[in-house]
Design a protein. Structure first.
Length: 147
Protein backbone atom coordinates (compact mmCIF):
# COMPACT_ATOMS: atom_id res chain seq x y z
CA UNK A 1 0.00 0.00 0.00
CA UNK A 2 1.27 3.42 -0.92
CA UNK A 3 0.11 6.27 1.28
CA UNK A 4 1.38 8.96 -1.11
CA UNK A 5 1.07 8.29 -4.84
CA UNK A 6 3.36 9.65 -7.54
CA UNK A 7 0.75 12.26 -8.55
CA UNK A 8 0.54 13.63 -5.01
CA UNK A 9 4.34 13.67 -4.74
CA UNK A 10 4.58 15.56 -8.04
CA UNK A 11 1.84 17.99 -6.96
CA UNK A 12 3.66 18.76 -3.70
CA UNK A 13 6.99 19.25 -5.47
CA UNK A 14 5.44 21.58 -8.05
CA UNK A 15 3.55 23.57 -5.39
CA UNK A 16 6.72 24.08 -3.36
CA UNK A 17 8.50 25.55 -6.39
CA UNK A 18 5.48 27.71 -7.32
CA UNK A 19 5.19 28.99 -3.75
CA UNK A 20 8.84 30.06 -3.73
CA UNK A 21 8.14 32.32 -6.74
CA UNK A 22 6.43 34.89 -4.47
CA UNK A 23 3.24 35.28 -6.54
CA UNK A 24 5.17 35.54 -9.82
CA UNK A 25 4.09 33.29 -12.67
CA UNK A 26 6.22 30.28 -13.43
CA UNK A 27 6.08 28.46 -16.76
CA UNK A 28 5.69 24.73 -17.21
CA UNK A 29 9.16 24.61 -18.78
CA UNK A 30 10.70 26.24 -15.72
CA UNK A 31 8.77 23.91 -13.41
CA UNK A 32 9.99 20.88 -15.39
CA UNK A 33 13.55 22.15 -15.08
CA UNK A 34 13.32 22.84 -11.34
CA UNK A 35 11.37 19.73 -10.31
CA UNK A 36 12.55 17.08 -12.74
CA UNK A 37 8.94 16.00 -13.25
CA UNK A 38 8.16 14.74 -16.78
CA UNK A 39 6.36 17.45 -18.73
CA UNK A 40 3.26 15.38 -19.63
CA UNK A 41 2.67 14.39 -15.98
CA UNK A 42 3.28 17.91 -14.74
CA UNK A 43 0.84 19.50 -17.20
CA UNK A 44 -1.92 17.07 -16.22
CA UNK A 45 -1.30 17.59 -12.49
CA UNK A 46 -1.30 21.38 -12.89
CA UNK A 47 -4.57 21.23 -14.84
CA UNK A 48 -6.21 19.18 -12.09
CA UNK A 49 -4.97 21.59 -9.41
CA UNK A 50 -6.22 24.55 -11.46
CA UNK A 51 -9.70 22.98 -11.67
CA UNK A 52 -9.69 22.61 -7.87
CA UNK A 53 -8.60 26.21 -7.26
CA UNK A 54 -5.16 25.37 -5.88
CA UNK A 55 -3.20 27.05 -8.66
CA UNK A 56 -4.09 29.76 -11.13
CA UNK A 57 -3.41 29.11 -14.80
CA UNK A 58 -2.57 31.95 -17.18
CA UNK A 59 -2.27 31.27 -20.92
CA UNK A 60 -0.31 33.04 -23.61
CA UNK A 61 3.11 34.64 -23.85
CA UNK A 62 4.43 35.22 -20.37
CA UNK A 63 1.77 32.90 -18.94
CA UNK A 64 2.25 30.21 -16.39
CA UNK A 65 1.07 29.14 -12.98
CA UNK A 66 0.82 30.73 -9.56
CA UNK A 67 -0.77 29.75 -6.28
CA UNK A 68 -4.49 30.46 -6.11
CA UNK A 69 -4.56 29.90 -2.35
CA UNK A 70 -2.18 30.85 0.43
CA UNK A 71 0.21 28.06 1.50
CA UNK A 72 -1.48 27.86 4.93
CA UNK A 73 -4.72 26.81 3.20
CA UNK A 74 -3.28 24.11 0.94
CA UNK A 75 -3.48 20.83 2.86
CA UNK A 76 -1.69 17.60 2.01
CA UNK A 77 -4.83 15.60 2.82
CA UNK A 78 -6.79 17.65 0.24
CA UNK A 79 -4.20 16.89 -2.44
CA UNK A 80 -4.40 13.22 -1.52
CA UNK A 81 -8.18 13.25 -1.88
CA UNK A 82 -8.00 15.05 -5.23
CA UNK A 83 -5.44 12.69 -6.76
CA UNK A 84 -6.05 9.35 -5.07
CA UNK A 85 -9.33 9.49 -3.15
CA UNK A 86 -9.86 9.37 0.58
CA UNK A 87 -7.33 7.73 2.86
CA UNK A 88 -8.53 4.23 3.67
CA UNK A 89 -6.44 1.86 5.70
CA UNK A 90 -9.31 -0.18 7.08
CA UNK A 91 -10.88 -1.26 3.80
CA UNK A 92 -12.12 -4.79 4.24
CA UNK A 93 -10.49 -7.48 2.14
CA UNK A 94 -13.92 -8.66 0.99
CA UNK A 95 -14.28 -5.35 -0.90
CA UNK A 96 -17.90 -5.15 -2.06
CA UNK A 97 -19.32 -8.03 -0.07
CA UNK A 98 -20.41 -7.21 3.44
CA UNK A 99 -18.30 -9.00 6.00
CA UNK A 100 -20.39 -10.93 8.53
CA UNK A 101 -17.93 -9.88 11.27
CA UNK A 102 -17.87 -6.16 10.45
CA UNK A 103 -19.13 -5.06 13.87
CA UNK A 104 -17.03 -7.53 15.88
CA UNK A 105 -13.79 -7.60 13.89
CA UNK A 106 -10.90 -6.70 16.22
CA UNK A 107 -8.53 -6.19 13.29
CA UNK A 108 -10.90 -3.71 11.63
CA UNK A 109 -11.24 -1.73 14.88
CA UNK A 110 -7.47 -1.50 15.23
CA UNK A 111 -7.11 -0.41 11.60
CA UNK A 112 -9.83 2.24 12.12
CA UNK A 113 -7.84 3.59 15.05
CA UNK A 114 -4.65 3.71 12.97
CA UNK A 115 -6.52 5.32 10.06
CA UNK A 116 -7.99 8.01 12.33
CA UNK A 117 -4.52 8.79 13.70
CA UNK A 118 -2.97 8.96 10.22
CA UNK A 119 -5.73 11.26 8.95
CA UNK A 120 -5.35 13.59 11.97
CA UNK A 121 -1.61 13.82 11.31
CA UNK A 122 -2.15 14.44 7.57
CA UNK A 123 -4.73 17.15 8.26
CA UNK A 124 -2.04 19.10 10.08
CA UNK A 125 0.32 19.25 7.09
CA UNK A 126 0.02 22.32 4.89
CA UNK A 127 2.14 23.55 2.02
CA UNK A 128 3.36 26.25 4.38
CA UNK A 129 4.69 23.70 6.88
CA UNK A 130 6.38 21.74 4.08
CA UNK A 131 8.12 24.93 3.00
CA UNK A 132 9.26 25.43 6.61
CA UNK A 133 10.81 21.94 6.63
CA UNK A 134 8.55 19.93 8.88
CA UNK A 135 6.85 22.39 11.19
CA UNK A 136 3.10 21.87 11.51
CA UNK A 137 0.62 24.67 10.95
CA UNK A 138 0.64 25.16 14.73
CA UNK A 139 4.36 25.97 14.61
CA UNK A 140 5.55 22.85 16.43
CA UNK A 141 8.32 20.82 14.88
CA UNK A 142 7.29 17.20 14.47
CA UNK A 143 9.63 14.74 16.14
CA UNK A 144 9.34 11.40 14.41
CA UNK A 145 12.16 9.75 16.33
CA UNK A 146 11.44 7.46 19.27
CA UNK A 147 7.82 6.83 18.34
Amino acid sequence: MKLITRNVDYAIRALCVIAKCNNNLISVSELVEKTGIPRQFLRRILQVMARHGIVGSFKGQGGGFSLAAVPDRIYLVDLMEIFQGSVKINECTFKRKTCPNITRCAFRKKLESIQDHVIRELQDITLSCLLKKGKTRHGKKKNHKNR
